[in-house]
Write a protein that binds this ligand. Structure first.
Ligand code: NAI
Length: 360
């Protein structure tokens, strides 16, 4: 475990197996330096359990960075449930998962991620209180975080377009959206409302047909979406689609989307930068959903307040893009070092407070 390539000083990694429901899950708590480790639960059918472990380790570290960069009083964690889960077992699996979350006594707070719905989280909430993303009343934010994630990504694309193309708005630009799931479809709506011409791809033809009908989008094959002659590429499917190969052939000036861990390797990020393609660090641009969940958990969840916090993603990206130019470094490197500094400062503060307590 300690030699695992994706292990990064994680505070706690819990393997869960519940014989009765069939639940198999991994909960990774990367850091609680800034608060309880918060991050969604992904339900996915992995090729091997090892792939699930890698995903949990990488995604939980990403959540520490994401929450730190969004200035949220929360640490980073993530859970993965190993699929497939038979439909008749789903509720029992979610209840067992809730019990596993509860056994961590609030050290980890869960919510939706890929493959998990608001209805699933309502079931999880029957066995633990450490859960967000539940349905909320009028004027309050809650439920599906995806519209907030999509809004943050749209604001982030506007920031990248200002920095790279010197454009004040998105009207008339062309944007390729890879993946039309929860976030991708809401993002298309946001972009369509700004006068963007959309090019889209999804492995599910029904989603492409919906984007064509609602937004006049042009559908292309999933193999061609990243190399479209567009202004912006918005990866909104699963992670690691920006491989080194893809990075060499992307024709857009900007890569800015919702997917977690978009860059397959650090080298892919360097290739983008070398080719003058501006990359919006994924965990900064896609923080809208977790900002909403934090609002819900803290009770400070008036829609207007949460929306204003999501819109601040644009200012943060403006600062990262400026610093990258000033220091001649890559944008994801700037974000990583800012996030690491914030985590180190929080750890030092905790250590100093602990030391003072020990002395008194
Ligand atoms: P989702 O599962 O609803 O959507 C993913 C979509 O991508 C599906 O429609 C799927 O058919 C499609 N897809 C899969 N492989 C593809 C490929 N090779 N080419 C084209 N399309 C492909 O997931 P969701 O919630 O929309 O999330 C999308 C990404 O954004 C994920 O990486 C997720 O971790 C990330 N994210 C989501 C947040 C949220 O609020 N839902 C928050 C932050 C990040």
């Amino acid at each position: 475990m300690f030699d695992h390539p994706d292990y990064d000083g994680h505070e706690k990694v819990v393997m869960v197996e519940d014989a009765e429901s069939g639940l198999k899950a991994i909960i990774a708590v990367h850091s609680t330096a800034l608060g309880a480790a918060a991050g969604g639960c992904r339900l996915w059918t992995y090729e091997t359990p090892g792939a699930a472990l890698s995903d949990a380790l990488r995604l939980s570290r990403g959540m520490s960075y994401k929450n730190a960069m969004a200035n949220l009083p929360m640490g980073g964690g993530k859970a993965v449930i190993l699929g497939p889960v038979p439909a008749e077992k789903r509720d029992a699996v979610m209840q067992a998962f809730g019990r596993a979350v509860d056994s961590l006594n609030g050290r980890y707070i869960t919510a939706e991620d890929v493959g998990v719905s608001v209805a699933d989280m309502e079931i999880v909430a029957t066995t633990t209180k450490h859960v967000g993303g539940l349905a909320a009343g009028a004027g309050k934010s809650g439920g599906d975080p995806s519209p907030y994630t999509a809004r943050g990504v749209r604001v982030g694309i506007e920031s990248a377009v200002r920095a790279k193309l010197g454009r004040r708005d998105l009207a008339g630009l062309s944007i390729a959206v890879q993946g039309l799931g929860h976030v991708g479809m809401y993002l298309c709506e946001e972009l369509f409302n700004q006068g963007v011409n959309l090019v889209v791809a999804d492995i599910n033809p029904a989603r492409v047909a919906e984007a064509q009908a609602r937004f006049g989008a042009v559908g292309v094959s999933i193999d061609d979406i990243l190399t479209q002659p567009v202004d912006v590429i918005a990866p909104c499917a699963l992670g690691a689609t920006i491989t080194e190969y893809a990075a060499r052939y992307i024709r857009a000036g900007v890569v800015a989307g919702a997917a977690n861990n978009q860059l397959a390797t650090a080298e892919a990020g360097r290739i983008l930068a070398e080719r003058g393609i501006l990359y919006a660090p994924d965990y900064v641009i896609n923080a809208g959903g977790i900002i909403m969940v934090q609002g819900e958990l803290s009770g400070d969840n008036d829609t207007a307040v949460v929306t204003a916090k999501v819109d601040a993603i644009g200012d943060r990206l403006d600062a990262i893009f400026k610093r990258a130019v000033r220091d001649n470094v890559i944008t994801n490197g700037v974000a990583d070092s800012m996030a690491r500094d914030k985590l180190a400062a929080a750890r030092n503060k905790t250590a100093v407070a602990g030391g003072v307590k020990a002395l008194s």
